[in-house]
Design a protein around this ligand. Structure first.
Ligand code: NAI
Length: 338
């Protein structure tokens, strides 16, 4: 069966890692009609808009996109395209698994976490204004509607992945109204999931506990900013941003992307590790019903990463992006014939 998927190459290392992933997916025998879409700096240069309406329309038509990283200027310039995409398409749930990769040396060898981040509100609502010169207010919006849908997503995820607990991470001791509403709503949703235990943890304590012993958590759910920070912390427990995938899900659409940025320091040098985007693509393949191919790619990737000689430079190996992709593609093909 063939699938149509929007492809946003992105900026910096985007072209190299998306080419690597396309090559591996084809080697695994999945036919995808890739529909190239523009976003980010490339889109701005070519169309005058960092997020052209054609890109939103194409994703609405296909329902699915694979996205490379996009450059965003700090403190000036256009609004983050990532935030724009999530809000325009109401991709309210950011799903970030952080799982130990055998052979990738980290502090722990048994991490298996799922971080669920609310993706559309909180401080990322982008509502900022200057009260008087020298004083700025940023509004942190929490609604019952968005808290409820992310809580349902978290409990459904726990069921789907056979986890027994969900932990709501919050700061309701200080942010009594906003995080109080978030926590109360998660507690209310939990009543419909008697098979899953709900715990809660204040965000600063959660950060400490994750570093001390990540095995005490299974699924963690939180609002936008806390999710941004805690999910990167979880990445650090399993080898960093270069190996961490993510999926952004809404009711009608889904976008899969690596969590790292455009890596301008290594762009165009055939040095980037495509692992995070590849793992995001396997999440996409599962979303499309291509579970066998996704499993085959994952085991091919794990076998290639097991051997220090066939890793990319960031993981201590010597392979460039294209040679690494070739090694995974070959392992996929071997796996499929065996
Ligand atoms: P970055 O993630 O691009 O780079 C941080 C460090 O990690 C660099 O040393 C880089 O070489 C390395 N790195 C990142 N991905 C790698 C990979 N796949 N393989 C090997 N090494 C890798 O973060 P930075 O420098 O803070 O951001 C650069 C740009 O990316 C900024 O414009 C930022 O806004 C954007 N960005 C975009 C994201 C997205 O589109 N999802 C996420 C994070 C940042």
């Amino acid at each position: 069966m063939s699938h149509t998927v929007c492809l946003i190459e992105g900026d910096g290392i985007g072209a190299e890692i998306t080419a690597a992933v396309q090559h591996i997916i084809a080697a695994a025998g999945v036919t995808i009609d890739w529909r190239p879409c523009l976003a980010g700096v490339t889109a701005l240069e070519k169309t005058g808009s960092p997020l052209p309406p054609e890109t939103i329309a194409a994703i609405k038509e296909t329902g699915v996109a694979l996205k490379g990283p996009l450059a965003t200027a700090i403190g000036k310039g256009f609004r983050s395209v990532n935030v724009g995409l999530r809000q325009e398409l109401q991709l309210y749930a950011n799903f970030r698994p952080a799982r130990t990769i055998p052979g990738v040396k980290t502090r722990y060898d048994n991490v298996d976490l799922i971080v669920i981040r609310e993706n559309t509100e909180g401080l990322y609502s982008g509502l900022e204004h200057i009260v008087v010169p020298g004083v700025v207010e940023s509004l942190r919006v929490i609604t019952e509607k968005c808290s409820r849908r992310i809580a349902i997503f978290a409990f459904e995820t726990a069921r789907k992945y056979h986890r027994k607990t969900v932990t709501c991470v919050h700061k309701a001791n200080i942010l009594k109204l906003s995080d109080g509403l978030f926590l109360d709503t998660v507690r209310d949703v939990a009543k419909s999931y008697p098979d899953i235990e709900l715990n809660d943890c204040i965000v600063d304590a959660a950060a400490m506990k994750l570093v001390m012993d990540p095995t005490q958590f299974e699924v963690l759910v939180m609002e936008n900013l806390f999710g941004d920070i805690i999910s990167d912390l979880a990445s650090g427990l399993v080898g960093g941003l270069g190996v961490t995938p993510s999926g952004n899900y809404g009711d009608g659409y889904a976008i899969f992307e690596a969590v790292h940025g455009t890596a301008p320091d290594i762009a165009g040098k055939d040095m980037a590790n495509p692992t995070a985007l590849l793992l995001s693509a396997t999440m996409m393949l599962k979303h499309l019903g291509e579970t066998d191919a996704a499993d085959r790619i994952e085991s091919a990737l794990l076998s290639v990463l097991q051997n220090p000689a066939t890793r990319t430079g960031d993981l201590g190996g010597k392979l460039g992006t294209s040679k690494f992709a070739e090694a995974v593609a070959e392992a996929c093909a071997v796996g499929s014939s065996g």
